[in-house]
Design a protein around this ligand. Sequence first.
Ligand SMILES: Nc1ncnc2c1ncn2[C@@H]1O[C@H](COP(=O)(O)OP(=O)(O)O)[C@@H](O)[C@H]1O
Ligand SMILES: [Mg+2]
Length: 487
Amino acid sequence: MLARGSRALRRSTQPARYEARRARTAPVLASAATSVAGRGDSPAHARMASAQSRRSLQQKFYENRILDRFTAQDPKKVSLRQLVLFGRQLTADKLIASANYVRSELPVRLAHRISDFQFLPYIAGTNPHLKMVYDLYWRAFDEFRKFPAIKTLDDNRRFCDNMKKNLLEHSQVIPQLGMGVSECAELVGQDEIDLFMNQMLVSRISRRTLAEQHISLSDQFDGDLRAHLSPLPSEGFAKLAHAPPGFATQRIGIVRADCNIARLIHDCALHAAGPFEDAHHLPPGSAPQVIVEGHTDAELMCIPAHVSYIVHELLKNSISRVMERFAPRLDGCDSSPHSRRTEGRGEPAFPPIRVTVCSSHSDIVVRVSDQSGGIGPEILPYIWSFTHPIKAKYLRNFGAVRRMEARMDEGDDAVSPLMALGFGLPMSRVYARYWGGDVKVHSLPGYGVDAYVHLPRLGNAVENISNRRHQPAAPAAANTTSHSYSG
Ligand SMILES: Nc1ncnc2c1ncn2[C@@H]1O[C@H](COP(=O)(O)OP(=O)(O)O)[C@@H](O)[C@H]1O
Ligand SMILES: [Mg+2]
């Protein structure tokens, strides 16, 4: 962390050097379309290409001035508690205020990441995968910054439709980033690309959190309106209106104020086992047992989709490695449901995975312990890296992945749960750190792995996203209205 922090500091104290880098990289990111359009041998073609390139540079100069106005602003960070307090007893006015907060916040957060692309070394700007993400971000930045102020519920519906379209379109981002960084790491420098990737991913989580929370609140509000107008219970969130007292107040948008962590772990275990049982041609129920113990009543305020991603990734690692290690024990067993027991002695074929939950007033720690044999020394030092050659090799498997949401319940045409991408651990840590938590992994050589997830319980921590990485000289945008998200 110190090394990373000092790099970022050095960067901000050397603006001239980084501006010079931007002057080299930004036109490359911007000019691919122009250079294709300008191909040709005749003098007329050459004149056209040069005029186009002049226009493109002028255009980029203008666009960068707009971008700088947005990167001059810091993101207005929220905490889970703020989201919960705001979303309780929703009114049309509050919903519209939330829409305008998200509308003004998304372009600011996107602008910071677009600027990160521009400050990458020149060679990274020529990478087609990174270029694709850069273009997607520019388009979304332009759309959101131009979206008119939201004044009515109808405006809000249009805004939500726009965000849904963007969320879907941007499900290509993770595979493209994965391919891009795996191809650039050796050319650019691992530390720099790792920092870039971590910033991209946490910012992506933050933008999706704001967008999904607002969409969910809007659906909830529409559902409640429909339930109010109709004598019959309608779809979706309207059901909450008929839920037992207390329940509806505990799920606010995508946030849960009282998530029982043991239940969530059981869900993740169920989800994780199936693909590995299929891969080993074993019947359901054959995978290693997941035992959840400790403070199993513990609850926390969280976005369940974030926590379940982390727990699911850890369990997948444990289940796959334990099954691989102990699969030879199954030799000679039939494929009946009893096959998880070794023949003769009747003991389980696979040692269980123990998940211990402990909870204090302010924090929850989850330990996932397995007997996988530990993490090999050739990979252990690099488990958090996106870019070490050994990890870049895994990341290239993203070439076969069309889209990835980084959720436990990826759609069917998304990534196969069995594919090794070297992405699960670093992404889990990005999720945990976003809300002020962490993930740590200890390897016990020849025995197994203990992974620890630390999560704040009370939802007080604000989003852990970095502010500006580069310091543009321009003043804050004069024509963007500022909205904040407070209860
Ligand atoms: N519980 C575990 N037991 C043994 N090895 C593990 C465990 N968890 C992680 N590893 C090692 O760390 C690597 C990286 O894990 P991860 O980031 O989840 O990526 P992936 O599972 O896609 O390879 C794995 O490929 C594996 O070699
Ligand atoms: Mg994994």
